[in-house]
Write a protein that binds this ligand. Structure first.
Ligand code: ZN
Length: 244
Protein backbone atom coordinates (compact mmCIF):
# COMPACT_ATOMS: atom_id res chain seq x y z
CA UNK A 1 0.00 0.00 0.00
CA UNK A 2 2.74 2.37 1.07
CA UNK A 3 4.85 1.45 -1.93
CA UNK A 4 1.92 1.99 -4.27
CA UNK A 5 1.46 5.46 -2.87
CA UNK A 6 5.13 6.30 -3.39
CA UNK A 7 4.86 5.11 -6.99
CA UNK A 8 1.68 7.14 -7.49
CA UNK A 9 3.30 10.26 -6.06
CA UNK A 10 6.39 9.79 -8.19
CA UNK A 11 4.21 9.43 -11.26
CA UNK A 12 2.20 12.52 -10.38
CA UNK A 13 5.43 14.49 -9.96
CA UNK A 14 6.70 13.28 -13.31
CA UNK A 15 3.39 14.07 -15.01
CA UNK A 16 3.44 17.57 -13.51
CA UNK A 17 6.96 18.19 -14.75
CA UNK A 18 5.96 17.03 -18.21
CA UNK A 19 2.88 19.19 -18.65
CA UNK A 20 3.62 20.99 -21.91
CA UNK A 21 3.62 24.70 -22.63
CA UNK A 22 1.06 25.29 -25.39
CA UNK A 23 2.32 27.72 -28.05
CA UNK A 24 -0.51 28.83 -30.32
CA UNK A 25 0.17 30.23 -33.81
CA UNK A 26 -2.33 33.06 -34.27
CA UNK A 27 -4.64 33.00 -37.34
CA UNK A 28 -4.65 30.45 -40.18
CA UNK A 29 -3.89 30.25 -43.88
CA UNK A 30 -7.38 31.13 -45.16
CA UNK A 31 -7.65 34.16 -42.83
CA UNK A 32 -4.02 35.02 -42.15
CA UNK A 33 -4.56 38.20 -40.10
CA UNK A 34 -2.99 41.57 -40.87
CA UNK A 35 -0.89 42.24 -43.96
CA UNK A 36 2.53 43.70 -43.17
CA UNK A 37 3.97 46.89 -44.65
CA UNK A 38 5.98 44.72 -47.06
CA UNK A 39 3.10 42.41 -47.96
CA UNK A 40 3.75 39.40 -45.72
CA UNK A 41 0.86 37.90 -43.74
CA UNK A 42 0.69 37.99 -39.97
CA UNK A 43 0.24 34.20 -39.92
CA UNK A 44 3.65 33.80 -41.52
CA UNK A 45 5.27 35.98 -38.85
CA UNK A 46 3.37 34.19 -36.06
CA UNK A 47 4.38 30.81 -37.45
CA UNK A 48 8.08 31.65 -37.62
CA UNK A 49 8.23 33.27 -34.18
CA UNK A 50 6.27 30.42 -32.53
CA UNK A 51 8.81 27.96 -33.93
CA UNK A 52 11.71 29.94 -32.42
CA UNK A 53 9.91 30.20 -29.05
CA UNK A 54 9.16 26.46 -29.09
CA UNK A 55 12.80 25.62 -29.84
CA UNK A 56 14.03 27.95 -27.11
CA UNK A 57 11.77 26.27 -24.52
CA UNK A 58 12.62 22.77 -25.74
CA UNK A 59 16.33 23.56 -25.46
CA UNK A 60 15.67 24.01 -21.75
CA UNK A 61 14.14 20.54 -21.64
CA UNK A 62 10.58 21.85 -21.50
CA UNK A 63 7.88 20.03 -23.45
CA UNK A 64 6.03 22.22 -25.95
CA UNK A 65 2.71 21.60 -27.68
CA UNK A 66 2.34 23.69 -30.86
CA UNK A 67 -1.21 24.63 -31.88
CA UNK A 68 -2.28 25.88 -35.31
CA UNK A 69 1.18 25.65 -36.87
CA UNK A 70 -0.19 23.83 -39.93
CA UNK A 71 -2.40 26.80 -40.72
CA UNK A 72 -5.68 24.89 -40.69
CA UNK A 73 -7.03 25.93 -37.27
CA UNK A 74 -10.18 27.90 -38.21
CA UNK A 75 -12.09 27.35 -34.95
CA UNK A 76 -10.80 29.60 -32.15
CA UNK A 77 -12.35 27.47 -29.40
CA UNK A 78 -10.59 24.40 -30.78
CA UNK A 79 -7.27 26.02 -29.85
CA UNK A 80 -7.97 26.22 -26.11
CA UNK A 81 -9.62 22.78 -26.26
CA UNK A 82 -6.48 21.33 -27.83
CA UNK A 83 -4.35 22.93 -25.10
CA UNK A 84 -6.57 21.32 -22.43
CA UNK A 85 -6.41 17.95 -24.18
CA UNK A 86 -2.62 18.17 -24.25
CA UNK A 87 -2.64 18.88 -20.49
CA UNK A 88 -0.90 22.23 -21.03
CA UNK A 89 0.15 24.16 -17.94
CA UNK A 90 -0.06 27.50 -19.77
CA UNK A 91 -1.24 28.72 -23.18
CA UNK A 92 0.69 31.40 -25.08
CA UNK A 93 -0.92 32.73 -28.24
CA UNK A 94 1.62 34.32 -30.62
CA UNK A 95 0.56 37.30 -32.76
CA UNK A 96 1.93 40.38 -34.53
CA UNK A 97 0.23 43.73 -34.31
CA UNK A 98 -1.44 46.09 -36.75
CA UNK A 99 -3.46 49.29 -36.34
CA UNK A 100 -6.95 50.53 -37.16
CA UNK A 101 -7.76 51.08 -40.85
CA UNK A 102 -7.69 54.87 -40.71
CA UNK A 103 -4.09 54.96 -39.46
CA UNK A 104 -2.80 53.05 -42.52
CA UNK A 105 -1.03 55.07 -45.24
CA UNK A 106 -0.74 53.82 -48.82
CA UNK A 107 2.69 53.22 -50.33
CA UNK A 108 4.18 51.17 -53.14
CA UNK A 109 6.90 48.63 -52.59
CA UNK A 110 8.35 46.42 -55.34
CA UNK A 111 5.51 47.56 -57.58
CA UNK A 112 2.90 46.43 -55.10
CA UNK A 113 0.30 48.74 -53.52
CA UNK A 114 0.62 48.27 -49.77
CA UNK A 115 -0.06 50.18 -46.56
CA UNK A 116 2.01 51.15 -43.54
CA UNK A 117 1.70 53.00 -40.22
CA UNK A 118 5.20 54.01 -39.14
CA UNK A 119 4.01 55.94 -36.09
CA UNK A 120 3.15 52.76 -34.17
CA UNK A 121 5.62 50.31 -32.68
CA UNK A 122 6.35 47.92 -29.87
CA UNK A 123 5.05 44.83 -28.11
CA UNK A 124 1.93 44.30 -26.03
CA UNK A 125 0.34 41.46 -24.06
CA UNK A 126 -3.27 40.59 -23.34
CA UNK A 127 -5.08 38.61 -20.64
CA UNK A 128 -8.79 37.95 -20.07
CA UNK A 129 -10.59 38.47 -16.77
CA UNK A 130 -12.93 35.71 -17.93
CA UNK A 131 -10.12 33.16 -17.80
CA UNK A 132 -10.47 31.09 -14.58
CA UNK A 133 -6.81 31.70 -13.70
CA UNK A 134 -6.54 35.40 -14.45
CA UNK A 135 -4.08 36.19 -11.64
CA UNK A 136 -1.62 33.59 -12.91
CA UNK A 137 -2.20 34.67 -16.51
CA UNK A 138 -1.43 38.27 -15.55
CA UNK A 139 1.64 37.29 -13.54
CA UNK A 140 3.08 35.54 -16.61
CA UNK A 141 2.15 38.37 -19.00
CA UNK A 142 3.72 40.94 -16.67
CA UNK A 143 6.87 38.87 -16.28
CA UNK A 144 7.28 38.48 -20.06
CA UNK A 145 6.56 42.20 -20.57
CA UNK A 146 9.20 43.05 -17.96
CA UNK A 147 11.75 40.93 -19.84
CA UNK A 148 10.88 42.52 -23.20
CA UNK A 149 11.29 45.98 -21.67
CA UNK A 150 14.61 44.96 -20.16
CA UNK A 151 15.68 43.88 -23.65
CA UNK A 152 15.00 47.45 -24.79
CA UNK A 153 11.70 47.05 -26.65
CA UNK A 154 9.04 49.78 -26.47
CA UNK A 155 5.46 49.09 -25.36
CA UNK A 156 2.72 49.51 -27.99
CA UNK A 157 0.37 51.97 -26.34
CA UNK A 158 -2.12 52.35 -29.20
CA UNK A 159 -4.61 49.79 -27.85
CA UNK A 160 -5.34 52.28 -25.09
CA UNK A 161 -6.56 54.93 -27.56
CA UNK A 162 -10.24 55.60 -27.19
CA UNK A 163 -10.72 57.33 -30.56
CA UNK A 164 -12.22 54.19 -32.10
CA UNK A 165 -14.62 53.59 -29.26
CA UNK A 166 -12.92 50.32 -28.35
CA UNK A 167 -10.49 50.88 -25.53
CA UNK A 168 -8.52 48.12 -23.84
CA UNK A 169 -7.96 48.87 -20.18
CA UNK A 170 -4.45 48.41 -18.82
CA UNK A 171 -3.89 45.37 -16.64
CA UNK A 172 -0.24 46.31 -16.05
CA UNK A 173 0.71 49.49 -17.90
CA UNK A 174 4.37 49.43 -16.81
CA UNK A 175 4.86 46.04 -18.51
CA UNK A 176 2.59 46.51 -21.53
CA UNK A 177 -0.29 44.23 -20.47
CA UNK A 178 -3.92 44.99 -21.40
CA UNK A 179 -7.19 43.31 -20.47
CA UNK A 180 -9.07 41.83 -23.42
CA UNK A 181 -11.83 39.96 -21.65
CA UNK A 182 -13.68 38.50 -24.63
CA UNK A 183 -10.69 37.19 -26.54
CA UNK A 184 -11.95 33.67 -27.25
CA UNK A 185 -8.64 31.80 -27.02
CA UNK A 186 -7.95 33.35 -23.60
CA UNK A 187 -11.39 33.22 -22.02
CA UNK A 188 -12.12 29.63 -23.07
CA UNK A 189 -8.75 28.33 -21.81
CA UNK A 190 -8.88 26.18 -18.67
CA UNK A 191 -5.25 27.02 -17.87
CA UNK A 192 -3.44 30.38 -17.48
CA UNK A 193 -3.47 31.99 -20.93
CA UNK A 194 -1.93 35.08 -22.51
CA UNK A 195 -1.61 36.61 -25.94
CA UNK A 196 1.58 38.26 -27.15
CA UNK A 197 1.67 40.88 -29.90
CA UNK A 198 5.39 40.67 -30.62
CA UNK A 199 5.60 43.91 -32.59
CA UNK A 200 3.90 46.06 -35.22
CA UNK A 201 4.26 44.59 -38.72
CA UNK A 202 2.72 47.63 -40.45
CA UNK A 203 5.63 49.74 -39.18
CA UNK A 204 8.16 49.49 -42.02
CA UNK A 205 11.24 49.59 -39.82
CA UNK A 206 9.91 47.41 -37.02
CA UNK A 207 8.76 44.85 -39.56
CA UNK A 208 12.33 44.51 -40.85
CA UNK A 209 13.52 43.97 -37.27
CA UNK A 210 10.74 41.44 -36.56
CA UNK A 211 11.89 39.42 -39.57
CA UNK A 212 15.42 38.98 -38.17
CA UNK A 213 16.61 35.93 -36.23
CA UNK A 214 18.00 38.33 -33.58
CA UNK A 215 14.62 39.89 -32.77
CA UNK A 216 12.90 36.49 -32.72
CA UNK A 217 15.58 35.12 -30.39
CA UNK A 218 15.23 38.15 -28.13
CA UNK A 219 11.46 37.62 -27.89
CA UNK A 220 11.84 33.88 -27.28
CA UNK A 221 14.37 34.60 -24.53
CA UNK A 222 11.95 37.01 -22.85
CA UNK A 223 9.15 34.42 -23.04
CA UNK A 224 11.36 31.72 -21.50
CA UNK A 225 12.59 33.98 -18.70
CA UNK A 226 9.10 35.36 -18.06
CA UNK A 227 7.51 31.90 -17.85
CA UNK A 228 10.23 30.88 -15.40
CA UNK A 229 9.63 33.98 -13.26
CA UNK A 230 5.88 33.30 -13.03
CA UNK A 231 6.45 29.69 -12.00
CA UNK A 232 5.50 27.97 -15.27
CA UNK A 233 8.76 26.15 -15.87
CA UNK A 234 10.98 23.96 -13.75
CA UNK A 235 13.47 26.78 -13.45
CA UNK A 236 10.93 28.59 -11.30
CA UNK A 237 11.94 26.72 -8.14
CA UNK A 238 15.51 27.94 -8.51
CA UNK A 239 14.86 31.43 -9.82
CA UNK A 240 11.54 31.91 -8.12
CA UNK A 241 9.44 35.03 -8.30
CA UNK A 242 12.42 37.30 -8.59
CA UNK A 243 11.02 40.12 -10.70
CA UNK A 244 14.11 42.29 -10.93
ZN1 ZN B 1 -3.28 38.48 -34.72
Amino acid sequence: MKRLMVVALAWAGLAGAQMPIAVDVGHFLDKPGALSAHGITEFEYNHDLAAVIATRLQNEGLPVHLIGHRGDMADLKARSAEAAEAGARVLLSVHHDSVKEHHLQPWTWNGRALRHADGFAGFSLFVSRRNPLVAQSLACASAIGAELRRAGLPIATHHDLSSDGIRRPWADEANGVYYYDNLIVLRTAAMPALLLEAGVIVNRQEERELATPARRALTAEAVAKGLAACGMTNQSEAEGSELR
